[in-house]
Ligand binder design. Structure first.
Ligand code: AMP
Length: 424
């Protein structure tokens, strides 16, 4: 069975910012679902990704969460699906790095397929495989899953991918970071339809992603929204220079001063996360903590409480913090400067979502100067230093800013936001 006839794309350029969903030539069912979801205009990522994806082309989009990237691939997949009474096996497979994200993406599919005859399943580790098999057997058109569990189903022959014409890799960089590359490659090799469409979304494009794209994608349309999102006006970014031993005191004073609507505080280690949450709970109400050592039900409970705004402060590590999609987050506090500058981009992407305003503070201690410089180069702008009385660092931060480094940042600053690249 062939995939249904491809929709003709509109003649609008992918980078036109003023496009409407109407310009994208979507079905009535989709237009109604978008209205019901309250999505009035496409975000830049959606305006960029949807037209080529609707044409069946492979697309590699550099975009972080909070930019509307999920709907950017959900919409074209739903629009191209064959009706369930024609094909009742998996037509599209979406791979995601975490269970939280699997649930979020499944929910987005359900939201946007509200007026369609549509079934989807989220499959991930830590949940009963038997139940997942039953779910798949209901005749789902889309499966969203983590690579390990998806591969497990493929091996057990409980996931039939013969009719699968689309594979999406969401947050591809994070999937590689956490060691899913071999699984992803096996999965991609087992989706063998010649007309396979591959969509790849990634906040960053390190060489490993480029290699993956080269091997498994067919002349992808490449769109880069990363710099726009990071340097967007919706996130103010500051840093404090602070003695390691005074970080907690600074945090306490900052929370008291800012009274965040909702904040995520990022730490480097799981133990550090636990310890910090414990200390904060003594001082503030509605504090929670999430990291990879917690079991899935505990993580789900914390996330639900945070989403329902019953938690105001969430202390998190990078791996789990990353998939968090909560629009009311007002503050990101990097209690520990991220060691990987891409993590910085992911962390601050938790706020300033979909045009809402957000602020990010990074605590920089004696030995973090080098990290700060790398972050500034990565995001193409200098962070503004702010001060809290009595909290100044005794010694200067060893930023080791060599003149050429500063010049590089300054030059990039002057260059302004990068234009989207497009290569067909
Ligand atoms: P994402 O980047 O996919 O995690 O999306 C971030 C948030 O924006 C989610 O809560 C979406 O429901 C929401 N969203 C996505 N697209 C739109 C849109 N076009 N208009 C308004 N909200 C949107």
């Amino acid at each position: 069975m062939n995939k249904p006839e491809k929709k003709s794309s509109s003649n609008k350029s992918a980078t036109e910012s003023e496009s409407t969903f109407k310009d994208l030539d979507l079905t009535d069912e989709m237009m109604k679902a978008l209205e019901r979801a309250g999505y009035e205009i496409p975000s830049p990522v959606q305006a960029g990704v949807i037209p080529p994806a609707l044409e069946g082309l492979d697309v590699m989009g550099q975009a972080q969460t909070g930019t509307g990237k999920t709907a950017a691939f959900t919409i074209p997949i739903l629009e191209q699906l064959a009706p369930r009474d024609e094909i009742a096996t998996v037509q599209a497979l979406v791979l995601v790095p975490t269970r939280e994200l699997a649930v979020q993406v499944r929910n987005e599919f359900e939201k946007l397929a509200y007026f369609m005859d549509f079934k989807t399943a989220a499959i991930y580790g830590g949940h009963s495989i038997k139940k997942q098999i039953e779910e798949i057997k209901r005749g789902v058109q889309v499966v969203v899953g983590t690579p390990g569990r998806v591969l497990d189903h493929i091996r057990r022959k409980t996931l039939d991918l013969r009719e699968t014409w689309c594979v999406t890799l969401d947050e591809a960089d994070r999937m590689l970071d956490i060691g899913f590359r071999p699984d992803i490659e096996k999965i991609l090799s087992s989706v063998s339809r010649k007309d396979r469409q591959t969509l790849l979304l990634s906040a960053t494009v390190p060489p490993a992603i480029e290699r993956l794209a080269k091997r498994y994608m067919h002349e992808p349309t490449i769109l880069d929204f990363s710099k726009d999102a990071v340097s967007g006006d919706s996130i103010e970014q500051f840093y404090f220079s602070v003695d390691k031993v005074k970080k907690f005191e600074l945090l306490e004073r900052l929370i008291n001063r800012e009274k965040p609507a909702q904040a995520i505080i990022f730490c480097r280690t799981k133990r550090g996360t636990d310890k910090l949450a414990k200390r904060l709970k003594d001082l503030f109400d509605h504090v929670g903590c999430i990291h990879g050592d917690m079991n899935q039900p505990a993580r789900d409970r914390v996330m639900k409480k945070f989403r329902d705004e019953r938690l105001k402060i969430l202390v998190a590590t990078d791996v789990v913090g990353r998939g968090i999609d909560v629009t009311s987050i007002s503050h990101i506090i990097n209690f520990d400067t991220p060691e990987d500058c891409d993590d910085y981009v992911h962390r601050i992407g938790r706020t300033g979502r979909m045009g809402k305003e957000g602020v990010a503070y990074t605590f920089v201690s004696e030995d973090d100067g080098e990290l700060l410089t790398r972050i500034e180069i990565r995001i193409n702008q200098l962070l503004e230093q702010v001060y809290m009385e009595g909290m100044e660092l005794k010694r200067e931060v060893k930023q080791e800013v060599k003149p050429e480094r500063l010049a590089a940042v300054a030059a990039m600053r002057g260059r302004g936001p990068k234009k989207h690249r497009r290569r067909l």
